[in-house]
Design a protein. Sequence first.
Length: 144
Amino acid sequence: MNSLFAQKTDPDTTTKELEYAFSEMWANTTFSNDYDYFKTDVSDNYLTIDTDGSRQAQEELFVDIDQLKLLEKATFEFFDQKIRIHGEFGIINGRSKAYFDGEYVAEFLYTALFLKENGFWKYAGWQGTYSKNSPIPKLSMLKN
């Protein structure tokens, strides 16, 4: 649970809180962990717009089992990350490279949104867009 840093409010601590919330989000948005994580650490207002143009609210994500299993198979390298904090609203954006079985398959730009609710940061939204530097995703490989 991301209440680990909830007692202090200085900018460095708040940035660390958001970094922690982001790492927890990424570790738990998978087929195996998703449901429990969404019960405790995700805002009721959650919304995602993905690289394929799909839009999903929280309840829609749970029925998209293929997408959740896909996330579990991939590894990701995050870089060029920027964190912005505006009161109870946190924005993390940057770039990521996705790998399947060690093969580089995509690069995307992302924005992750967090809301501070009841003293800790909750994951509120995601938007991803393929980078102009991205290889063309091999969709047939991603479906396996």
